[in-house]
Design a protein around this ligand. Structure first.
Ligand SMILES: C[S@@+](CC[C@H](N)C(=O)[O-])C[C@H]1O[C@@H](n2cnc3c(N)ncnc32)[C@H](O)[C@@H]1O
Length: 326
């Protein structure tokens, strides 16, 4: 499993760009960008080198952690997947590419695409000294046009990206991304009800087109969750000093909520139940909300079932587990 912290090489590259940067100015830029997102806007507010760096300092640690957690879940379910090529759609500063690089030492070719010049320039700059990225291309352009010219890849990723377009555009994009997916397509979104709805819509669309779900769902059926509930997970990540300064935060960590789906061409060999919230552990029993191949289950593992209870005590929100209580 890969750690949620940014890799040392990326931290060093970011730190080098921090020299001479006014933290106050970066914090103001990051606040404006976050406010734009909260108001339903997109990353078009990221225009300059300073904006791109402020965005990366404020958000890259969390989106990296969310993509890493999603890739860890994927790897656990499909341990024999050894992708050689990656296509990062809406790559921004290259966050998902870095996360995939850490997760899969097999990756050799990296194709990124994005219409944002400032983010593209930052991504290329951050990856410049890495030997892993000697075969990296970064196409400047809007996804639907750029994908038409892109080569298919073993692993296609769109991280925190599909929320920046209309439903109609997203439907077209989903089809194009799937067409470029040789093996696995991973979509990661903020863990909000809206992010979840986008994931579910894309999931349904692509299952109808022949895709299978590797994670988080242990089935290809309809999601058993009903509003106001929604499927999301959380990943804790450390905050560096610069990260805290940019966010005006005190705590040395933050918890990133995210939703994701990993879709594969081949069906998954064996599904396990997914823990959908942090289980409640008491001296009497462990209570856990599980998504199973047969639907939603609230598993109660009594203390008297010693071995099961000991195992269930270690269950964590987001984990794939074997539920022997059902
Ligand atoms: C929130 S950022 C996420 C960037 C990166 N994937 C990450 O996880 O850090 C969203 C990215 O999607 C890109 N984007 C938005 N609309 C796009 C489109 N139609 N085609 C390609 N990229 C797009 C933006 O330029 C921006 O870089």
């Amino acid at each position: 499993m890969t750690l949620p912290d940014l890799p040392a090489e990326l931290k060093t590259a970011l730190d080098a760009r921090l020299q001479g940067l006014s933290r106050n100015d970066a914090a103001e830029r990051a606040t404006l960008i976050s406010q734009t997102y909260r108001d339903g806007g997109n990353s078009a507010t990221i225009r300059s080198e300073a904006d791109a760096l402020a965005y990366a300092l404020a958000r890259m640690p969390a989106t990296y952690a969310a993509v890493t957690a999603s890739l860890n879940a994927l790897r656990e379910i499909t341990p024999h997947f050894v992708p050689k090529s990656l296509l990062d759609v809406g790559a921004g500063p290259g966050t998902a590419t870095w996360a995939a690089t850490e997760a899969f030492s097999s990756l050799q070719r990296f194709a990124l695409l994005d219409p944002n010049r400032a983010l593209r320039a930052l991504a290329l700059d951050l990856g410049r000294d890495s030997v892993r990225f000697s075969e990296m291309t970064y196409q400047l352009g809007e996804a639907r046009a750029a994908l038409a010219a892109a080569e298919a890849a073993d692993l296609v990723v769109a991280s925190y990206m599909i929320g920046e377009m209309s439903d109609a555009e997203r439907t077209v994009l989903a089809e194009l991304m799937w067409a470029k997916t040789r093996d696995t397509l991973l979509i990661v979104e903020p863990g909000t009800p809206a992010g979840y709805r986008r994931i579910i819509a894309l999931r349904e669309q692509l299952i109808a087109a022949g895709a299978h779900v590797a994670a988080p769902c242990p089935h290809d059926g309809t999601c058993p969750l009903a509003a106001p509930d929604w499927c999301h997970f959380t990943q804790r990540l450390p905050r560096s000093r610069a990260h805290k300064q940019i966010k005006g935060a005190e705590l040395p960590f933050e918890d990133e909520k995210f939703s994701y789906v990993a879709l594969t061409r081949a069906p998954v060999a064996q599904h396990r139940a997914r823990v959908l919230a942090q289980p409640v552990v008491t001296k009497v029993e462990v209570t856990a909300k599980l998504c199973t191949p047969d639907g939603l289950v609230v598993a109660k593992v009594p203390r008297r079932a010693k071995a099961d209870y000991a195992r269930a005590r270690r269950w964590r929100w987001g984990a794939a587990v074997t539920d022997e209580t059902s």
